[in-house]
Ligand binder design. Structure first.
Ligand SMILES: O=C[C@H](O)COP(=O)(O)O
Length: 397
């Protein structure tokens, strides 16, 4: 019957119930919802399906007091959504864009003020956040050995014994990808292969972080990263073009990057901290999607201002508008300066509120972060043991 149990613990938060989907996988990475399970207490487990009820055990749901921590978190984690084919550049659409700054700021404040899940519900959300992380190292002193350490951590993001105490040890929890500089792609691919892991390797490219190298050099960088085994490419836009309103040139560059990516998925970094206005951010988001980006990403982590909630509101509204107009779902990746578990919860809330549960999957949502996982693991440790971990108790990436 059910090939897997696709648990959705986002539908009801802060309530002592969890509402889950029973889903059958389709060939194209999506799933077909065939019924729902409402989890309350173990005595009250019930399952409604079109055509009748079945005992919860038959759908692989154990009678377990911690229902929120059940279910594979990562069946989708190493898959990407269908590619965004892009569209022609619609300059008329761009010319009409006006962003109401005050409304965006109000919305961002509202989202930040929403109640966040507590206790085991919070832990479930944090495991979800971990499964959406592009675990990143982008430092001048990166070496094969620290990239190897990053890969090991990405494969086992939370200590095994902690997962075991939540019955999550056999659910295949990993981060969504590792993210490195182009020169380190081969190291990451080698490390993951040695561990028999199919975790994707993402590479930044196109003159990261400034994007100020000649176009041919930037294209060559993409091709080399793909050749070395990167299956996701995080390109940076040429901010000069955005700041001077050269949207057509920017569109053409991104189209070329997309071609150079081949089968690799392309995430486009807007470096929003450099773009000056929210209107520019909306326009750059739209041009990037029209040019065929599979994700749009806020920042490189190297700008003075990186991922912020108001910027995210503008970008996810552009994603929503693009989806309504074209039917293509583009992913969103906030990145840069995201360090705490609390922030991760706010990011998940923002996505849930603005784009809905469909986007709360690694194939449409990533958190680009180098140190966030450490805090998430620390909070999980606290949930499981009641104590805070000393530094040496949690292996770092
Ligand atoms: O793409 C990811 C970012 O560069 C990571 O930034 P971070 O080191 O501030 O977490």
């Amino acid at each position: 019957m059910c090939r897997y149990f696709n648990k959705d613990f986002f539908l009801k938060t802060n309530e002592k119930v969890a509402y889950c989907h029973l889903a059958l996988p389709r060939g194209d990475n999506s799933s077909h919802v065939i019924g729902h399970v409402l989890l309350q207490k173990k005595e009250q487990l019930s399952c409604q399906q079109p055509g009748g009820s079945v005992p919860a055990e038959q759908v692989g749901l154990g009678l377990e007091e911690r229902p929120l921590l059940l279910g594979p978190l990562t069946h989708l984690s190493v898959k990407m959504s269908a590619r965004n084919p892009g569209t022609d550049l619609d300059l008329e659409w761009l010319s009409k864009v006006r962003v109401n700054t005050q409304a965006v700021l109000n919305r961002a404040l509202h989202i930040q003020g929403l109640k966040l899940p507590k206790k085991q519900w919070q832990t479930a959300w944090l495991l979800k956040a971990a499964s959406c992380i592009d675990l990143t190292t982008l430092a001048g002193d990166d070496t094969p050995s620290n990239v190897h350490r990053l890969c090991v951590k990405a494969i086992q993001p939370i200590r095994y014994d902690l997962l075991r105490r939540m019955d999550m040890h056999d659910k295949g929890l990993t981060t969504a990808a590792v993210c490195v500089y182009p020169s380190r792609v081969a190291d990451a691919v080698r490390s993951l292969k040695a561990s028999n892991s199919s975790l994707p390797v993402a590479s930044v490219a196109t003159g990261f972080p400034a994007g100020q190298t000649p176009l041919e050099t930037r294209l060559q960088e993409v091709r080399m990263a793909v050749r070395d085994g990167a299956t996701e490419i995080d390109i940076v836009i040429n901010r000069t073009l955005a700041l001077t309103g050269q949207w057509e040139v920017m569109y053409r560059e991104i189209v070329q990057f997309r071609e150079a990516c081949g089968d690799a998925h392309m995430k486009t970094i807007l470096a929003t901290g450099d773009l000056g206005t929210l209107t520019n951010i909306y326009k750059a988001s739209m041009v990037a999607m029209m040019a065929g980006s599979d994700f749009i990403k806020t920042s490189t982590g190297k700008e003075a201002v990186n991922a912020t909630y108001p910027v995210a509101i503008v970008m996810v509204r552009a994603i929503r508008d693009y989806f309504l107009r074209t039917g293509h779902k583009v992913g969103f990746k906030p990145a840069g300066g995201i360090r705490t578990a609390q922030e991760a919860l706010v990011w998940l809330t923002l996505i849930k509120e603005e784009l809905g549960n469909d986007w709360l999957r690694p194939h449409l949502f990533r958190l680009g972060a180098s140190s966030l996982l450490a805090d998430i693991e620390r909070q999980v440790y606290h949930h499981v043991t009641g104590q805070y971990a000393a530094y040496h108790e949690l292996p770092m990436a």
